[in-house]
Design a protein. Structure first.
Ligand SMILES: *Cc1c(COP(=O)(O)O)cnc(C)c1O
Length: 371
């Protein structure tokens, strides 16, 4: 029995319910769009967090020709890219977390951000076989990572003097509110960044997706698109589709039961929803164990056979329920779309009170990825 199960696993001789289809052509289309929007800038494709849940290996391969470099958050992600044959520059967007990692960073030709004094001192004190390319991160208003503007000259001086730092010193900053059209903080951050770096010859970068779309002046030498590559909007009030981008992920599952329920019968844990009339409830094989948020409220849209229907009752670990309506003709086995081209992830995120970023990134390894 065990042997049979393992054999079936190997050959995929069964139907996997929850599946994310990743459209690599859409990904390439979106990257081409970025190139069109920022024709004078180089593109650092941001592929942290398993390419925002889309699969590091497949995504990085698909964009490896068009992207000029890759941005990651963790050294493990950089090493996975190298192991997958990616030879283009890779930047650790938060720098290294421990001085012990510096030899491996050198050996694998990984670039690093330096955002604090501890990182600078580690670089000054280490013995390396070859220097590392460094991006000095300046806090221009995000107040998360980065040196303060008044520390800029000291850091530049010390980095230029440090034999472990390559002589292509670059500069990086990050917007806090570039996704808010009426917030003037992004232009102020940009002005400060330009003012600090204008005496330097090194390349500069400040724009991620929102800056790239909303503030052309911010493109500078490098843009760093993450979410828009995946066809998801960085803005709360606009879907990526409305901006000419193509959603990359379609998350699907299947109806595993269709139940007749009577008016007033509560559905699921806690009985948080009861039907106002006799109806049919579809049970869908996806839940928070797959990364679909448990916090999705009644009314969150779900697409069944082309109809946008309300999720009802509490999302469970492996299942959720949908009100198919009394006249429903849907069948067990029918495909259900949780988000994708025909149901923007932004719309779903809006109902749940989160962002498309979080929804796509949080899918668990139980989801089958199909490219
Ligand atoms: C994640 C990240 C990006 C990409 O951001 P998006 O909003 O997804 O485009 C760019 N730069 C840095 C430093 C990041 O951490």
């Amino acid at each position: 029995m065990l042997v049979l199960r393992l054999m079936m696993n190997n050959s995929q001789a069964y139907t996997q319910a929850a599946t994310a289809y990743v459209d690599l052509a859409a990904l390439q289309f979106n990257l081409a769009k970025v190139r069109e929007l920022a024709p004078s800038s180089q593109i650092m494709a941001v592929v942290k967090a398993n390419s925002y849940g889309h699969g590091l290996h497949a995504v990085s391969k698909a964009v490896s020709v068009e992207a000029d470099a890759f941005g990651v958050a963790r050294i493990e992600e950089a090493l996975q890219l190298r192991a997958n044959g990616i030879v283009k520059p890779i930047l650790l967007l938060e720098g290294f977390y421990s001085a012990q990692d510096l030899p491996v960073i050198t050996t694998n030709r990984i670039q690093t951000v330096v955002h604090c004094i501890e990182q600078l001192e580690a670089l000054e004190q280490v013995q390396l076989d070859a220097p590392i390319s460094v991006w000095l991160k300046v806090d221009t208003g995000m107040h998360r990572l980065g040196i303060r503007p008044e520390q800029f000259l000291e850091f530049v001086t010390r980095l230029k003097r440090c034999p472990n730092v390559a002589d292509d010193l670059r500069f990086i900053s990050h917007f806090a509110c570039a996704d808010e059209p009426n917030n003037d903080s992004a232009p102020r951050q940009l002005a400060l960044f330009k003012q600090l770096t204008n005496q330097e010859i090194g390349e500069c970068s400040i724009a991620a997706s929102a800056g790239l779309l909303a503030l052309p002046d911010s493109h500078l030498d490098w843009v760093r698109p993450g979410i828009i590559m995946y066809g998801v909007s960085p803005f709360a009030d606009k879907t990526a589709g409305q901006m000419g981008l193509k959603p990359v992920m379609t998350l699907t599952s299947r109806l595993i039961a269709i139940r007749d329920v009577k008016q007033g019968e509560p559905i699921g844990y806690g009985g948080t929803w009861a039907s106002p009339c006799d109806t049919k409830i579809g049970i869908v094989a996806i839940g928070y164990g797959d990364g679909y948020p448990r916090t999705a409220p009644n009314g969150t849209p779900v697409l069944v056979n082309g109809r946008q229907l309300p999720l009802v009752g509490r999302v469970c670990m492996d299942m959720l329920s949908v009100d198919l309506g009394p006249e429903a003709k849907d069948c067990v086995g029918d495909e259900v779309i949780l988000w994708g081209a025909s149901l923007p992830v932004e719309t779903v995120a809006h109902h749940i009170g989160t962002s498309g970023y979080e929804l796509v990134t949080k899918l668990t390894s139980r989801i089958a990825m199909v490219y």
